[in-house]
Write a protein that binds this ligand. Structure first.
Ligand code: ATP
Ligand code: MG
Length: 881
């Protein structure tokens, strides 16, 4: 079937669409980024409505109630379908939106008008479909488009809404185009919605008319919305009379470029065509992802980038492309689409660089990985196993950069599957390992760092002025070796020519933060000076690439640094206050200045009293309130000493030193400090302890930490007061009262227990039996604790009134407690309480022992109690002389 329709280019279609809706009073919205703004739940934009969601939800005011756009979209879910005639990962979605303005009638009228009048598509080839529950839509299609009911297919799938969640939802109406029977599956029931290529879905009109709550109940929305999605590449396919989206002017130049690079002709070989389509789609998508700032990494959208690129590289290899080709073709993509997407031209260099780095990185290990995978599949086949073990899939990922999905794809082509849970377990194990090993092992990096210092000289520190700055990478070290480049997610040491990152020294911990270039992002987990003069950033590159020579932007985590500065300045004031109070015998012996707290060790022969500590806190806080400016000066060491500046005992200083003054405190110090003491906010000592003979330690908090400390203390007091049904001011007398009451109650209980034990003794004595003429009591008793049972032994013996043997077994919570008492007369005749306790205790799975007249013991085997007590009789029989 051949029909006369307008042959429009992709650019012309975009233009016509937007102008049409502009005429209907719509405001044109530029495409938003592929990286959704303010929506952490979505990795990449998948539809035109993504940027409209806040308007639909009423969270933000839209620029107008009628909007239209051509939106960049990326659908990871369609990646496996790429290669058919109509699915892409990256595509352009045209759309018109009504935020509580027009509804179904206008949406249908305008869609129909564009399709049949603006684009001249034959009405009889267009098939609207509707949701079975929607009675309005078919009526409107009948009225507006003259469609009869039978030609309108009702599809259950025509529903848009938050699956399993709460939010706006409603039926939709998908419009299909009949490409002719020659594209069809030939089945008698082939109709719109069929999976074959005959009926092509081109436009989806979503009628957002309900609100769905969490239980799935739907109520009509007071203000109804329209959201539509019209695929640009698909309509171009129809208007240009092409076989697939890849043959349209939006794609063909890209296909041709790759075909030329591979030395193949498109359209000659089915398998080669499929690979060409994959790399054309993926290559185009990667250019757009890179332009929107997505960098390869092992997580989130960076992982999607990596996965798409690596899949493309493998398909390139199937075509015989052994050299990097994606970066090579990036210019073709950019030139083709930069007219509408100016970011492509602006970011050209960056895009090309990222693609070529990532391609090179994977290209190096791809062949080895494929070889390994092939061998593995052959081995498994010999054993008639068709599942790749998780550990092997993980090894391919970890050593050869094969994303799991790539291994699955290669495996799937040969009817193998992958043990995905096993892969995930292997991944977790590795993450555990890397968490538990310290990446910053000193020593092994030193030779590389020495070489860097020799080459570039000492690092300039710019962090006294602020927490941001720019610099140039002058060295990178991985596993003790200097390297030219690092890529996500490598751990590395990074050295700059100048940096605002403070390196741990003088007790102050190193800064954390980020170092970023256009191509990569490095997370600084620590900063140190492992060799004099060289500031080293320790951390991990989370995204993209960094090279020696790259210019970077440095951002220290500001609140962390500021908290640390407060603690550092407070340490100086504390030092001064201690010397003023205790005397000049106080000397600093060490300090730790962290964001969370400060710790100060000093010489002092005795603990400080509570009154002294209160005095110190009062003094420091007075200086804080006084708000002395903090000044720093560089001067010769001699001059510094002459000012009375405090220096660390035994420390070697340079010729010129930095002197930090605040009020009466003057110290030699290289650390970072507040601008004035008032910024410390609040100081509180939390602990004073001993660390060694003659050395005391004070721990303290400032600023936010001190504030939090008091807040928590006061909350505890509030909670305790309310539990005791008292008030904070009365709490202390209330607690005194309770302590007294408790002591009295305990005394009473003890008294009662003793009385009860006494009452038991008569009964116990009555259980006596004679063994070889000796009265013996061996029985279980009900006692609250060991102490009472001890007293009872003698009481029972006394009750018997003549020389005898008493063995009492008390059943306590977890064990049996034994008391053995033997009258002195009988100890001379061979009956030893300690020995009896030993025998019985052992039977109970424990032990026993003691003096001849009185012994204790016990065990946990309560089941053995009867048998254990029987041993007493036996013992007496066998040992009595
Ligand atoms: P299909 O079922 O064909 O995958 P869909 O139902 O997922 O399409 P919608 O989510 O309704 O599509 O998206 C609106 C429009 O966007 C579609 O009508 C189509 O024109 C276009 N579109 C959707 N997915 C793709 C894709 N992967 N490649 C190209 N165009 C697409
Ligand atoms: Mg789809």
């Amino acid at each position: 079937m051949s029909v006369e329709i307008d042959k429009l280019t992709g650019a012309e279609i975009r233009e016509r669409f937007l102008r049409f809706f502009e005429k209907q009073g719509h405001t044109i919205m530029p495409s938003s980024s592929l990286v959704p703004r303010n929506d952490p739940t979505v990795l990449l934009t998948t539809a035109g409505m993504q940027q409209m969601i806040p308007f639909f939800l009423g969270r933000e005011t839209p620029p107008a109630s009628r909007l239209a756009s051509v939106q960049k979209c990326f659908r990871t879910t369609d990646i496996d379908a790429v290669g058919d005639e109509r699915h892409l990962t990256f595509f352009e979605m045209m759309g018109n939106f009504s935020v509580g303005d027009y509804f179904k009638r206008e949406a249908i009228t305008w869609a129909w008008e564009i399709l049949t009048k603006e684009l001249n598509l034959p009405a009889e080839l267009l098939y609207p479909t509707v949701h079975p529950d929607d009675d309005e839509a078919p009526q409107l299609w009948e009225e507006i488009a003259g469609k009869n009911r039978e030609s309108i297919t009702r599809l259950e799938d025509n529903w848009w809404g938050p699956p399993g969640a709460s939010g706006p939802c409603g039926p939709d109406s998908e419009i299909y185009y009949d490409r002719g029977v020659e594209h069809g599956c030939g089945r008698a029931d082939c109709a719109p919605g069929c999976e074959c290529e005959r009926f092509l879905e081109i436009w989806n009109l979503v009628f957002m008319q309900y609100f769905q709550d969490l239980d799935g109940n739907r109520t009509p929305l007071p203000r109804k919305n329209i959201d539509t999605g019209f695929g640009l590449e698909r309509i171009a396919l129809i208007l240009q009379g092409k076989e697939s989206v890849f043959d349209t002017d939006l794609f063909r130049p890209i296909i041709d470029k790759f075909a030329a690079l591979a030395g193949v002709t498109y359209g000659h070989d089915h398998k080669a065509d499929a690979s060409l389509r994959v790399i054309a789609d993926h290559g185009r998508a990667l250019v757009f992802l890179a332009a929107d700032g997505v960098l390869p990494s092992n997580e989130g959208r960076g992982y999607i980038f990596r996965r798409v690129l690596r899949r493309a590289v493998r398909h390139g290899k199937l075509l015989g492309l052994d050299k990097p080709f994606l970066a090579e073709a990036a210019d073709t993509v950019i030139d083709l689409l930069k007219g509408h997407y100016s970011e492509l031209a602006q970011q050209r260099d960056r895009i090309v660089e990222i693609l070529s780095f990532e391609e090179k990185k994977f290209g190096q290990t791809l062949s080895a990985g494929l070889f390994l995978l092939n061998n593995l599949l052959e081995d498994l086949q010999k054993q008639e196993k068709y599942t790749i073990p998780g550990d092997d899939a993980f090894k391919l990922y970890d050593t050869h950069g094969f994303p799991l999905e790539l291994t699955q794809e290669v495996a799937g082509e040969r009817d193998f599957t992958v043990d995905t849970p096993g892969f995930e377990r292997a991944m977790e194990r590795q993450q555990e390992r890397s968490r538990s090993t310290n990446v910053f092992v000193q020593g092994k990096d030193d030779p590389a760092l020495d070489a860097i210092l020799k080459r570039v000289g000492p690092t300039e520190f710019t962090g006294y002025q602020g927490v941001n700055g720019s610099g140039k990478i002058v060295g990178l070290v991985v596993d003790g070796q200097e390297v030219e480049m690092i890529s996500a997610p490598q751990s590395a040491l990074l050295i700059l020519d100048s940096t605002p990152f403070y390196a741990e020294s003088g007790g102050q911990v190193g800064d954390h933060g980020e170092i970023e270039s256009a191509l990569g992002m490095f997370q600084v987990q620590d900063t140190r000076k492992p060799i004099k003069g060289l500031i080293v950033h320790y951390g991990k590159i989370n995204e993209g690439y960094l090279r020696v020579g790259d210019s970077v932007q440095c951002d220290v985590i500001a609140h962390r640094r500021e908290d640390t500065m407060r603690n550092h300045s407070a340490t100086h004031l504390l030092h001064k206050a201690l010397r003023d109070l205790v005397g000049t015998s106080v000397e600093q012996r060490g300090s730790l200045v962290e964001p969370e707290r400060l710790r100060f060790d000093f010489t002092c022969p005795r603990p400080l009293t509570a009154a002294e500590l209160a005095h110190i806190d009062g003094q420091v806080n007075r200086w804080v309130r006084h708000n002395y400016p903090v000044t720093t000066r560089i001067m010769p060491i001699k001059e510094a000493r002459a000012t009375g500046a405090m220096a660390l005992f035994g420390e070697k200083y340079e010729e010129n030193v930095r002197v930090v003054s605040m009020g009466e405190s003057i110290e030699l110090c290289g650390g970072t400090h507040c601008a004035s003491t008032g910024q410390i906010g609040l100081y509180v000592t939390t602990q004073e302890t001993s660390v060694a003979a003659g050395i005391r330690r004070i721990e303290a908090l400032t600023g936010r930490g001190a504030e939090e400390h008091f807040r928590q203390r006061s909350a505890t007091v509030e909670r305790v007061s309310s539990k005791l049904q008292s008030q904070p001011d009365l709490l202390e007398s209330k607690v005194d009262q309770l302590v007294q009451d408790l002591a009295a109650a305990k005394r009473q209980i003890a008294q009662f227990q003793r009385e009860r034990a006494q009452q038991q003794t008569a009964t116990l004595a009555g259980q006596m039996h004679e063994v070889a003429g000796v009265p013996v009591v061996a029985t279980g008793v009900d006692v609250p604790d060991d102490k009472v049972i001890r007293e009872m032994g003698d009481m029972v013996l006394a009750k018997i009134g003549r020389p005898g043997v008493v063995v009492l077994a008390g059943l306590l919570d977890e064990r049996v407690s034994l008391q053995v008492s033997v009258s002195p007369e009988l100890t001379k005749r061979g009956l030893h309480a300690g020995k009896i306790a030993g025998v019985v205790g052992q039977k109970l799975g424990g032990k026993g022992g003691g003096r001849p007249e009185s012994a204790q013991g016990g065990g946990k085997d309560k089941d053995q109690l009867g048998a254990a007590l029987d041993l007493v009789t036996k013992f007496v029989k066998e040992n009595i002389q």
